[in-house]
Design a protein around this ligand. Structure first.
Ligand code: UDP
Ligand code: MG
Length: 316
């Protein structure tokens, strides 16, 4: 099979028939063999009935129904699990992404050898309150992930080699960082294609402004995991030891100062009168805590079931 189209959706009953007809038109015009996997993320409207009807009339339509709303990432996760096409395309269900982009995305994966091609909504039809923070968000994501050529990490329209989706695990709200997940899994040829974007035709957006706060926190933990996840001791142990050493030296200085003063016959006062005493005490305490955090982290990662799971590409 050439293409699997994975569509995560939550309350999109009005868009589905139109989206399906459009995808079908594009696929047939290009002679692709394909499947469409609708991932119904606990919709409360009639979305599932619509999908069932579509599946009845069209053998290429498949669907998964979550019992409740889990989020876009879990929906994608299950879609990826089911996908079988050589190239996997994800797109939003709200008709903001155009199926007309599919043939070119397919060609870039197949012929130009990209592992992942992300859409870039250069001209967006979203309110300013969304487009402005998005620019900032993407700049940060570029810096942190080291994928310098992407302008639109969170674009719903993306194309993947089948291998990529089978080797990444999209969880929580990590759908915003799939290119970063792919890079961490060892897929380096990541490209971009400018795509058309349209205003939402039916319904309204499913994400509020907290997307930006959560997005940053997720990026932070993803960065931390990829940098130190396997060796927490390397960061906590280092910073902890450094702080402890600083505190220890400061304590020595405070102590020697007192001794020297006494030697010279001056009254040095109490050690606790010096602010440096408290600074050294605090740094030593925090240093020990950090060291312990690193040690505990290491013990946990050493006992985790994942500790010897690697992505093997080939063996002969
Ligand atoms: N979506 C989902 N589960 C959710 C929220 C959203 O499956 O909990 C789907 C939604 O139906 C749409 C896609 O994710 O197909 C993108 O959502 P939306 O269009 O609301 O996001 P925006 O375009 O505003 O970024
Ligand atoms: Mg949308």
């Amino acid at each position: 099979m050439d293409i699997s189209v994975v569509v995560p959706l939550f309350n999109e009953e009005e868009s589905l028939p139109e989206l399906h007809a459009w995808i079908k038109r594009v696929m047939e015009a290009n002679g692709f063999t394909y499947e469409i996997i609708f991932c119904n993320d606990g919709s409360k409207d009639r979305s599932w009935d619509v999908i069932e009807q579509l599946a009845k009339d069209n053998p290429e339509v498949h669907g998964i129904k979550f019992r409740r709303n889990y989020g876009k990432s879990p929906a994608l996760f299950h879609g990826f699990d089911m996908a079988q096409g050589d190239v996997v395309i994800t797109m939003d269900a709200d008709l903001q992404d155009s199926p007309d982009e599919i043939p070119e995305l397919y060609r870039m994966i197949k012929e130009e050898g990209y592992d992942l091609v992300s859409g870039y909504k250069q001209k967006r039809y979203d309110p300013l309150s969304k487009t402005l923070p998005t620019k900032l968000f993407n700049a940060t994501a570029r810096k942190v992930s080291g994928i310098k050529n992407l302008h639109d990490f969170n674009c719903g329209l993306k194309a993947y080699k089948l291998d990529v989706v089978k080797n990444i695990e999209v969880y929580g709200e990590m759908h915003r960082y799939i290119p970063y997940l792919a890079k961490n899994a060892g897929f380096n040829k990541i490209g971009e294609k400018v795509v058309h974007h349209q205003a939402r035709k039916y319904g309204k957006t499913k994400f509020g402004l907290n997307r930006f706060v959560n997005g940053y926190l997720d990026l932070l933990s993803l960065w931390f995991l990829s940098a130190f996840g396997a060796q927490p001791m390397h960061v906590f142990g280092f910073v902890g030891s450094l702080m402890f050493a600083l505190g220890f030296i400061a304590a020595l200085i405070v102590g020697f100062y007192k001794l020297i003063c006494m030697w010279n016959g001056n009254n040095p006062g109490l050690v606790t009168d010096s602010p440096y005493f408290y600074i050294s005490l605090t740094t030593m305490l925090i240093g020990t805590q950090l060291f312990l955090a690193g040690f505990l982290g290491d013990m946990i990662s050493r006992n985790s079931a994942e500790r010897n799971t690697y992505k093997v590409e080939k063996t002969i």
